[in-house]
Every structure is written in C-alpha cells, then in structure tokens.
Write a protein that binds this ligand. Structure first.
Ligand SMILES: O=c1ccn([C@@H]2O[C@H](COP(=O)(O)O)[C@@H](O)[C@H]2O)c(=O)[nH]1
Length: 284
C-alpha cells in the first residue's frame, strides 16, 4: 500500500494567505467579553461565544487561533468546546493555530506533540505555538511530528509583551541573543522549503524597530505570527517597520480588537474586513 505525504503546513498556509489575505483572528473568550456579549461566565456562555465567533469568521479569515487557556479554565467541558471549535473552523476552510505555548523536556514534549500534532488526536490542529525556554532542542518531538503530519509550529522568539525582552534579548556567551538563536534554528529548519517552511516564529507587532537595533533578522523562510494588533496597541501600519522585507511572511493576529464587535456576526465580520483592508494597505 502506498501512502501520500500530507501537504506541508507552510504550503497550505501560503495558499490560504493568497486566497483570503493573511489575517489571523484569535478566539479568546475573556470573562469580560462574555459579559459584554450578554453571556454567562460558564460553559453555556463559552459555547455560544465560540460557536458564534467561529461561524462568523472561519469561512473568510486565513487562520483562527483559539487561546487554549480560556477553554482550559472550564475543565473537560471547556476542552470539549475547544475540540468542536477546531473541527468547525477547519471544516469551514480556516487553518487552526492552537495557542497553547507548550514546552517541556523532550519526553514530555512528545506527549504535547501527540495532543496537537497527531492527526488521530481530538485536538489535532494545523499548527501549535511552542515555548523554547527549555532549550530549542527539547522541541524536537514536536518539530518531527509536525513534519510527518503536515502540521506547523510557531515558536516564541520575540513576544508582544514588554516583559519578554529581558529574556529574549539576553545575550549568550557567543554574542547571539536568545531571540536571534531561536530564529536561526527555525531558519535552518525551513532551509530549501518552498513556497515557505512550516516552522514559524512568534514576533510581536508591538516591537517597533527594536529588531534591527538588536541585530535580529526575522527572515526565516517561514511564517511569522505577529500578535499585538488591536488591544495591545499595534496597528497593521506598524508591520513594515517591524518586519522589513520579511513582511510577506507575516500573519498579523488580532483577538479582542475583533471580538469586541460581537455578538452580532455582521459586526465581527466587518471588523475582520477592516483589519484585513488595513493589512493590505500596509503590506500590499
Ligand atoms: O507574543 C505573544 C504571543 C501570543 N499572544 C497571544 O495572542 C493573543 C492576543 O490577544 P489580543 O486580544 O489581540 O491582545 C492572546 O491570546 C495572547 O495570549 C500575544 O498576545 N503575544
């Protein structure tokens, strides 16, 4: 029996970015948003919020990014809502990036990889966010399983929050910063991939021109998830200054900035369209 290799995440992402534009919308059911939408801070509220957001957006944005923490806080019933959201979003044509920021020693990392990157898992997603702070090499089980299953990863490099710099700009004995080291490893992982690799980085849209000032090159021949647009103060117009020539691989991400326009599905869609237009105007 012959089996066909799955199409790599990088190729699938490039295609949906070309078709729909590169916007990623986060599904972050904050307690305050549930209240604003007239919903209870309970499992019924979580379910209505999530279904509404997915139904409004999954047939038009490139990527939906559920924030796992907001589902985990409801225990197993929250995870069931998350599983359903992943399936519904993928069925409507969006790629799902599970924002779980997992990272652990290699043997445990293999279990996290099985949870998100094994197609047999109920939480299988097109990609997952990973934290490299147990050492980039500890992520190997996830990197290998992603390659096998045609999934992707986004490794934290330079996060959008101001506290990240003290760790990420720290300089190693050889003079390279932690962030530049993570980006360099991803560049190696993506070498030779076309149209782009499946190993992405998280680089905040909030960073202004600090990348250049710190000698960090975001060109990794892979996708660059850029959170921080909207509630954290960045705008699509900031993207060229942050990313320079690598801006073509940027997946700009906004959560509360769109979700605050719910619960009316038309309001959510109109907001996503506005952000998408601003991205197109800024990036081309
Ligand atoms: O550097 C990072 C990495 C991840 N995030 C996540 O993105 C969303 C941002 O939500 P907004 O409402 O658009 O501020 C959230 O889930 C974060 O955990 C990030 O902000 N920065």
């Amino acid at each position: 029996m012959t089996t066909t290799a799955p199409e790599p995440f990088g190729a699938r992402l490039r295609r949906v970015m070309d078709e729909r534009g590169p916007l990623c919308v986060g599904i972050d059911p904050h307690p305050s948003l549930l209240a604003d939408w007239g919903l209870g801070d309970d499992i019924a509220g979580l379910e209505t919020f999530t279904r509404t957001a997915v139904a409004a957006l999954a047939d038009r944005v490139a990527v939906l990014k559920p924030q796992s923490a907001f589902f985990e806080r409801f225990g197993s019933r929250g995870i069931a809502v998350l599983e359903r959201a992943v399936a519904d979003a993928r069925a409507a044509g969006a790629l799902v990036l599970m924002d779980a920021k997992r990272g652990d020693i290699g043997s445990t990392m293999a279990a996290y990889a099985a949870a998100y990157l094994d197609p047999a898992s109920p939480l299988f997603s097109d990609a997952v966010t990973l934290s490299p702070y147990l050492g980039y090499g500890s992520l190997r089980p996830a990197l290998d399983l992603a390659r096998e299953s045609g999934a992707g990863v986004f490794v934290l490099a330079l996060t959008s929050n101001p506290e990240g710099a003290e760790v990420q700009h720290a300089v190693r004995a050889d003079g390279a910063s932690v962030a530049a080291t993570v980006l360099g490893r991803l560049r190696e992982e993506n070498a030779g991939a076309a149209p782009m690799g499946s190993y992405g980085a998280v680089v905040g849209a909030t960073l202004g021109d600090t990348l250049g000032a710190n000698g960090v090159d975001p060109a990794i021949n892979g996708p660059l998830l850029a959170p921080g647009i909207g509630a954290q103060g960045a705008t699509p117009a900031d993207l060229p200054r942050v990313f320079g020539a690598a801006v073509r691989n940027v997946v700009p991400s906004v959560s509360r900035g769109v979700l605050r326009h719910g619960p009316d599905p038309a309001g959510l869609r109109a907001s996503a369209v506005r952000f998408a237009e601003e991205v197109r105007a800024a990036v081309g």
